[in-house]
Design a protein around this ligand. Structure first.
Ligand code: KIV
Length: 274
Protein backbone atom coordinates (compact mmCIF):
# COMPACT_ATOMS: atom_id res chain seq x y z
CA UNK A 1 0.00 0.00 0.00
CA UNK A 2 1.30 3.45 -0.93
CA UNK A 3 1.91 5.78 2.01
CA UNK A 4 2.31 8.92 -0.10
CA UNK A 5 -0.40 11.60 0.06
CA UNK A 6 -2.37 12.02 -3.19
CA UNK A 7 -1.07 15.22 -4.83
CA UNK A 8 -4.48 16.94 -4.92
CA UNK A 9 -5.37 16.28 -1.28
CA UNK A 10 -5.37 19.54 0.73
CA UNK A 11 -2.50 19.85 3.20
CA UNK A 12 -3.83 19.15 6.69
CA UNK A 13 -2.18 20.66 9.74
CA UNK A 14 -0.80 17.70 11.66
CA UNK A 15 0.03 17.47 15.33
CA UNK A 16 3.71 17.40 14.33
CA UNK A 17 3.30 20.72 12.47
CA UNK A 18 1.45 22.16 15.47
CA UNK A 19 4.28 21.20 17.81
CA UNK A 20 6.83 22.78 15.48
CA UNK A 21 5.01 26.07 15.69
CA UNK A 22 6.17 26.56 19.30
CA UNK A 23 8.36 29.65 19.44
CA UNK A 24 8.05 30.03 15.65
CA UNK A 25 4.55 31.25 14.78
CA UNK A 26 1.43 31.79 16.88
CA UNK A 27 -1.33 29.22 16.58
CA UNK A 28 -4.89 30.35 15.87
CA UNK A 29 -7.69 28.14 17.15
CA UNK A 30 -11.45 28.58 17.08
CA UNK A 31 -14.45 26.48 18.03
CA UNK A 32 -17.04 25.40 15.45
CA UNK A 33 -20.13 23.25 15.74
CA UNK A 34 -21.46 22.98 12.19
CA UNK A 35 -20.25 22.67 8.62
CA UNK A 36 -20.99 26.22 7.47
CA UNK A 37 -18.97 27.98 10.14
CA UNK A 38 -16.28 25.28 9.98
CA UNK A 39 -15.85 26.05 6.26
CA UNK A 40 -15.58 29.77 6.95
CA UNK A 41 -13.00 29.28 9.71
CA UNK A 42 -10.99 26.94 7.52
CA UNK A 43 -11.11 29.32 4.56
CA UNK A 44 -9.99 32.16 6.87
CA UNK A 45 -6.82 30.20 7.65
CA UNK A 46 -7.59 29.15 11.22
CA UNK A 47 -5.05 26.48 12.25
CA UNK A 48 -7.10 24.43 14.70
CA UNK A 49 -10.87 23.93 14.78
CA UNK A 50 -12.22 22.57 18.06
CA UNK A 51 -15.63 21.00 18.43
CA UNK A 52 -15.81 22.11 22.03
CA UNK A 53 -18.26 20.90 24.62
CA UNK A 54 -19.05 24.62 24.82
CA UNK A 55 -21.65 23.53 22.25
CA UNK A 56 -23.78 22.79 25.33
CA UNK A 57 -23.96 26.53 25.99
CA UNK A 58 -23.62 27.95 22.45
CA UNK A 59 -25.88 25.51 20.58
CA UNK A 60 -28.02 23.74 23.16
CA UNK A 61 -28.69 26.65 25.53
CA UNK A 62 -27.45 25.02 28.75
CA UNK A 63 -25.89 27.00 31.59
CA UNK A 64 -22.68 24.94 31.48
CA UNK A 65 -21.03 22.09 29.55
CA UNK A 66 -22.03 19.23 31.85
CA UNK A 67 -25.17 18.04 29.99
CA UNK A 68 -23.21 17.48 26.73
CA UNK A 69 -23.00 13.80 25.80
CA UNK A 70 -20.51 11.85 23.71
CA UNK A 71 -23.27 11.40 21.09
CA UNK A 72 -23.63 15.19 20.89
CA UNK A 73 -19.91 15.71 20.28
CA UNK A 74 -19.72 12.88 17.72
CA UNK A 75 -22.70 14.39 15.86
CA UNK A 76 -21.26 17.91 15.72
CA UNK A 77 -17.74 16.68 14.93
CA UNK A 78 -19.07 14.72 11.95
CA UNK A 79 -20.68 17.90 10.60
CA UNK A 80 -17.61 20.06 11.21
CA UNK A 81 -15.30 17.46 9.63
CA UNK A 82 -17.11 17.98 6.31
CA UNK A 83 -16.14 21.66 6.35
CA UNK A 84 -12.50 21.49 7.37
CA UNK A 85 -9.97 20.92 4.61
CA UNK A 86 -6.82 22.37 6.16
CA UNK A 87 -7.25 23.06 9.87
CA UNK A 88 -6.49 20.38 12.42
CA UNK A 89 -9.76 19.04 13.83
CA UNK A 90 -10.00 18.44 17.58
CA UNK A 91 -13.03 17.03 19.39
CA UNK A 92 -13.72 17.57 23.08
CA UNK A 93 -14.11 14.64 25.46
CA UNK A 94 -17.35 15.59 27.27
CA UNK A 95 -18.09 15.27 30.98
CA UNK A 96 -18.28 11.65 32.19
CA UNK A 97 -16.93 10.21 28.93
CA UNK A 98 -13.55 9.53 30.60
CA UNK A 99 -13.75 10.21 34.34
CA UNK A 100 -15.10 6.79 35.47
CA UNK A 101 -12.50 4.52 33.88
CA UNK A 102 -9.57 4.36 31.47
CA UNK A 103 -11.64 2.03 29.33
CA UNK A 104 -14.45 4.60 29.02
CA UNK A 105 -11.94 7.23 27.99
CA UNK A 106 -10.25 5.06 25.38
CA UNK A 107 -13.56 4.02 23.83
CA UNK A 108 -14.87 7.60 23.83
CA UNK A 109 -11.74 8.98 22.18
CA UNK A 110 -11.86 6.17 19.64
CA UNK A 111 -15.43 7.08 18.71
CA UNK A 112 -14.53 10.74 18.22
CA UNK A 113 -11.88 9.74 15.67
CA UNK A 114 -13.66 6.78 14.10
CA UNK A 115 -17.23 8.13 13.90
CA UNK A 116 -16.68 11.88 14.22
CA UNK A 117 -13.66 12.23 11.96
CA UNK A 118 -11.62 14.13 14.57
CA UNK A 119 -7.84 14.04 14.31
CA UNK A 120 -7.20 14.46 18.00
CA UNK A 121 -9.15 14.79 21.24
CA UNK A 122 -9.08 17.37 24.02
CA UNK A 123 -9.24 16.31 27.65
CA UNK A 124 -9.69 18.55 30.68
CA UNK A 125 -7.46 17.88 33.67
CA UNK A 126 -3.92 17.47 34.92
CA UNK A 127 -2.18 14.67 36.79
CA UNK A 128 -5.48 12.77 37.20
CA UNK A 129 -5.78 12.24 33.42
CA UNK A 130 -2.08 11.66 32.71
CA UNK A 131 -2.48 7.86 32.56
CA UNK A 132 -5.33 8.23 30.05
CA UNK A 133 -3.26 10.64 27.94
CA UNK A 134 -0.42 8.12 27.96
CA UNK A 135 -2.69 5.24 26.92
CA UNK A 136 -4.37 7.22 24.13
CA UNK A 137 -1.14 8.50 22.63
CA UNK A 138 0.29 4.98 22.83
CA UNK A 139 -2.71 3.78 20.80
CA UNK A 140 -2.19 6.55 18.23
CA UNK A 141 -4.80 9.03 19.43
CA UNK A 142 -3.21 12.48 19.80
CA UNK A 143 -4.31 14.46 22.86
CA UNK A 144 -4.64 18.19 23.43
CA UNK A 145 -4.66 18.80 27.17
CA UNK A 146 -6.72 21.49 28.93
CA UNK A 147 -5.65 23.01 32.27
CA UNK A 148 -6.46 26.05 34.40
CA UNK A 149 -10.16 26.78 34.75
CA UNK A 150 -11.55 23.55 33.33
CA UNK A 151 -15.29 24.19 32.77
CA UNK A 152 -16.37 20.62 33.59
CA UNK A 153 -15.33 21.40 37.21
CA UNK A 154 -17.54 24.51 37.38
CA UNK A 155 -19.36 23.28 40.50
CA UNK A 156 -16.08 22.46 42.24
CA UNK A 157 -14.92 26.05 41.61
CA UNK A 158 -18.28 27.58 42.57
CA UNK A 159 -18.59 29.25 39.15
CA UNK A 160 -16.46 30.02 36.10
CA UNK A 161 -13.71 31.67 38.15
CA UNK A 162 -10.09 32.44 37.31
CA UNK A 163 -7.86 29.66 38.69
CA UNK A 164 -4.21 29.64 39.76
CA UNK A 165 -4.15 32.84 41.78
CA UNK A 166 -3.27 31.07 45.04
CA UNK A 167 0.02 29.21 45.52
CA UNK A 168 -1.66 25.83 45.90
CA UNK A 169 -3.78 26.06 42.76
CA UNK A 170 -0.87 27.60 40.80
CA UNK A 171 1.22 24.55 41.72
CA UNK A 172 -1.60 22.12 40.95
CA UNK A 173 -2.05 23.60 37.47
CA UNK A 174 1.69 23.71 36.74
CA UNK A 175 2.30 20.15 37.98
CA UNK A 176 -0.78 18.93 36.09
CA UNK A 177 0.37 20.52 32.84
CA UNK A 178 3.84 19.01 33.21
CA UNK A 179 2.27 15.60 33.90
CA UNK A 180 0.01 15.59 30.81
CA UNK A 181 2.81 16.80 28.55
CA UNK A 182 5.09 14.16 30.01
CA UNK A 183 2.34 11.63 29.24
CA UNK A 184 2.34 12.68 25.57
CA UNK A 185 -0.04 15.64 25.04
CA UNK A 186 0.95 17.57 21.90
CA UNK A 187 -0.47 20.93 23.05
CA UNK A 188 -2.12 22.38 26.13
CA UNK A 189 -5.12 24.70 26.31
CA UNK A 190 -4.69 27.06 29.26
CA UNK A 191 -7.95 28.65 30.36
CA UNK A 192 -8.65 31.61 32.66
CA UNK A 193 -5.44 31.92 34.65
CA UNK A 194 -3.35 34.98 35.54
CA UNK A 195 -1.07 36.15 32.73
CA UNK A 196 2.06 35.24 34.73
CA UNK A 197 0.96 31.61 34.99
CA UNK A 198 0.18 31.51 31.25
CA UNK A 199 3.70 32.79 30.61
CA UNK A 200 5.30 30.34 33.05
CA UNK A 201 3.49 27.40 31.44
CA UNK A 202 4.58 28.58 28.00
CA UNK A 203 8.20 28.74 29.16
CA UNK A 204 8.19 25.44 31.04
CA UNK A 205 6.30 23.24 28.54
CA UNK A 206 8.03 22.04 25.39
CA UNK A 207 4.71 21.84 23.53
CA UNK A 208 2.54 24.82 22.47
CA UNK A 209 0.24 26.47 24.99
CA UNK A 210 -3.03 27.73 23.56
CA UNK A 211 -4.53 30.38 25.78
CA UNK A 212 -8.07 31.49 26.44
CA UNK A 213 -8.05 34.13 29.14
CA UNK A 214 -4.40 33.29 29.85
CA UNK A 215 -2.68 36.41 28.52
CA UNK A 216 -0.73 37.26 25.39
CA UNK A 217 2.35 35.14 26.06
CA UNK A 218 0.88 31.76 25.12
CA UNK A 219 1.98 30.08 21.89
CA UNK A 220 -1.49 30.53 20.46
CA UNK A 221 -5.01 31.63 21.31
CA UNK A 222 -8.40 29.95 21.15
CA UNK A 223 -11.82 31.60 21.31
CA UNK A 224 -15.38 30.41 21.08
CA UNK A 225 -16.70 31.27 17.61
CA UNK A 226 -19.91 32.82 18.94
CA UNK A 227 -17.86 35.29 21.01
CA UNK A 228 -15.68 36.27 18.03
CA UNK A 229 -18.76 36.87 15.90
CA UNK A 230 -20.67 38.71 18.63
CA UNK A 231 -23.67 36.42 18.21
CA UNK A 232 -24.99 37.19 21.67
CA UNK A 233 -25.64 40.95 21.81
CA UNK A 234 -25.96 40.78 25.61
CA UNK A 235 -22.85 38.81 26.63
CA UNK A 236 -19.09 38.94 26.07
CA UNK A 237 -16.57 37.22 28.34
CA UNK A 238 -13.89 39.65 29.60
CA UNK A 239 -11.09 37.72 27.83
CA UNK A 240 -12.85 37.56 24.43
CA UNK A 241 -12.90 40.11 21.61
CA UNK A 242 -15.87 40.56 19.31
CA UNK A 243 -14.77 41.04 15.69
CA UNK A 244 -18.35 41.44 14.44
CA UNK A 245 -21.82 42.11 15.80
CA UNK A 246 -23.61 39.32 13.95
CA UNK A 247 -26.21 38.89 16.69
CA UNK A 248 -27.58 42.38 16.05
CA UNK A 249 -27.31 41.94 12.28
CA UNK A 250 -29.11 38.59 12.36
CA UNK A 251 -31.91 39.98 14.49
CA UNK A 252 -32.30 42.97 12.14
CA UNK A 253 -32.40 40.60 9.13
CA UNK A 254 -35.09 38.43 10.75
CA UNK A 255 -37.13 41.53 11.62
CA UNK A 256 -36.85 42.85 8.02
CA UNK A 257 -37.96 39.45 6.66
CA UNK A 258 -40.94 39.36 9.06
CA UNK A 259 -41.90 42.89 8.05
CA UNK A 260 -41.72 42.05 4.32
CA UNK A 261 -43.90 38.94 4.77
CA UNK A 262 -46.45 40.79 6.86
CA UNK A 263 -46.70 43.65 4.34
CA UNK A 264 -46.82 41.40 1.25
CA UNK A 265 -43.37 42.47 -0.02
CA UNK A 266 -41.99 38.93 0.08
CA UNK A 267 -41.98 36.95 -2.15
CA UNK A 268 -41.71 39.22 -5.22
CA UNK A 269 -42.32 38.11 -8.83
CA UNK A 270 -38.60 37.31 -9.15
CA UNK A 271 -38.86 35.00 -6.18
CA UNK A 272 -41.92 33.13 -7.54
CA UNK A 273 -42.13 30.19 -10.00
CA UNK A 274 -44.37 30.99 -13.01
O1 KIV B 1 -15.39 23.73 24.89
C1 KIV B 1 -14.68 24.63 24.44
O2 KIV B 1 -15.08 25.37 23.55
C2 KIV B 1 -13.35 24.77 24.99
C3 KIV B 1 -12.54 25.97 24.56
C4 KIV B 1 -13.13 27.21 25.05
C5 KIV B 1 -11.12 25.84 24.93
O3 KIV B 1 -12.93 23.98 25.76
Amino acid sequence: MSTTTPSRAPAKLTVQAIRQRKGAAKLVALTAYDVMFARLADAAGVDIVLVGDSLGMMVQGHANTLPVTLEDVVYHTRAVARGVAHAHLVADMPFMSYQASLEDGIRAAGRLLQQGGAESVKIEGGAEVAELVHRLTTYGIPVMAHVGMTPQSVHQYGGFKVQGREEQSHKRILDGALAVVDAGAYAVVVESVPEALGQELTQRLHVPTIGIGAGANCDGQILVMHDVLGLDPHWKPRFARQYAALGQQAQAAFAAYADDVRHGRFPSNDETFK
